[in-house]
Ligand binder design. Sequence first.
Ligand SMILES: Cc1cc2nc3c(=O)[nH]c(=O)nc-3n(C[C@H](O)[C@H](O)[C@H](O)COP(=O)(O)OP(=O)(O)OC[C@H]3O[C@@H](n4cnc5c(N)ncnc54)[C@H](O)[C@@H]3O)c2cc1C
Length: 455
Amino acid sequence: MVNLIWFQNDLRIHDHAALYHATKANLPLVGFYARSFSHPNAKKSAKSALRKAYIDQTLLSLKTSLAVYNIPLIVVDGSAFNSLKILSESFAIQSIYGHYSASPFERYEAVKIQKEFDLKLYETETLIHPSDLGFDLQQVPQGFTSFRKKVEMNFQIRPLIETSLKPQEPLEIDEAFSPDLTPLLIQAGEQAGMDRVHHYLEGTKKIKTYKETRNGMLKFDDSTKFSFYLSIGALSPRYIYHRIKAFEAQFGGNESTYWVIFEMLWRDFFKFQERKHPKAFYAQTGLQHKSIAWLDNPHYYHAITTGQTGFPLVDANIKELLKTGYMSNRGRQNVASFWVKNAGLDWQLGERFFETHLLDYDVASNTGNWQYIAGIGNDFVPFRFFDIVKQGNTYDADTSYLLHYLPALKDVPVFKRYGFGHLSKDEREVYDIDYPAPIFSFYEGLNLMKKRYGE
Ligand SMILES: Cc1cc2nc3c(=O)[nH]c(=O)nc-3n(C[C@H](O)[C@H](O)[C@H](O)COP(=O)(O)OP(=O)(O)OC[C@H]3O[C@@H](n4cnc5c(N)ncnc54)[C@H](O)[C@@H]3O)c2cc1C
């Protein structure tokens, strides 16, 4: 008889409620991770080769950590429910310990498992434990600022859960696993996440200037890059919070150190929106129940997703995403705005495209942000859009980011690079460079979509 730890997006051993409770039960422990879901829509989800490699490498790191205690980690390609049924024929499972997720695929899986197994789920996803919000889930405000002010009135972050693991007797369990070790932009795993925190805090003290640099697109340390580790649960949000508090106590806090926590509240905000509105959060019409006539244009879709729109800020960001699996927050906002407000493509296609490629993909953050920018979620400004030329010139004034991904534009004067897609055909031809013509006129697309938004 064993107890199973069902790992999902909580691939770590620190601050892990399920692991903590499982160790109290005095039975051998077996780790378990399923790559797929049984939800009917799960087939639509695709993962890029980089994202698959990132998951594999995080799993490898977890497996190595668990092996110190002789806890095996079984990784299966199928869904958790189907695989557990098969596994339970080989050994008896007393209980399954896992983390609670409100996301549809995870929830669907948990409900199925719960019908046949003793499943115990614990809250570990958010910085603020849901019971510590200080108000009912239904009272979670629709706007971020109100949410932040409300939670900051009664801000309580729980201490880390300390699990005292001791090596158990080795188990005879087949845990064959061949991870994809393709080199990635970052090191994967819990230790690498902790190293990243150390680097950003005590190591370089970059956190002290985060607020000024966070909109940068080129330099790796412009922002924390904690999302890689938070999204897959290699780091717990509470771990980061308490490390920041310890840093502030030692080296002093400032607006920047606070701002990292402020940004992490956006992450909580979307997770609480997902819980409050489980259906509308995933519906095409979004939290605002707003129907928009999206364009069905495969040509636009292809141009955007291959970085060939002729609009440099969008193309550079897509090329970065395809090459590295990352895109800055500034890039994501501009690409998403261009996707829905200029090209008029369905936000859910964009959400799915990001899901495929982002190494830090997080279903609630991705969905919530896409809805926000599509103007059907938590942003109530009727038709907000990003001016991609102004944005490029503001956040990459010397165009070093742009040239990193689109070197062909080096022969164009700096002040015309971000506006290249806005130049006339004759003006563009003066430069004779290998860069695509714009797929449409920026303002034509915008005006069409304004009408479709009813503005
Ligand atoms: C269209 C769109 C899609 C997005 N998809 C994802 C996604 O799939 N996964 C994801 O983790 N983030 C997503 N974000 C949010 C944000 O862009 C990333 O969290 C951030 O760029 C990650 O880099 P970082 O860790 O260096 O961020 P930092 O600027 O260093 O921020 C620190 C942490 O705060 C959180 N955070 C910051 N901004 C946001 C935000 N707007 N929403 C939610 N959390 C935030 C993240 O956990 C991040 O790691 C998306 C944003 C947009 C506009």
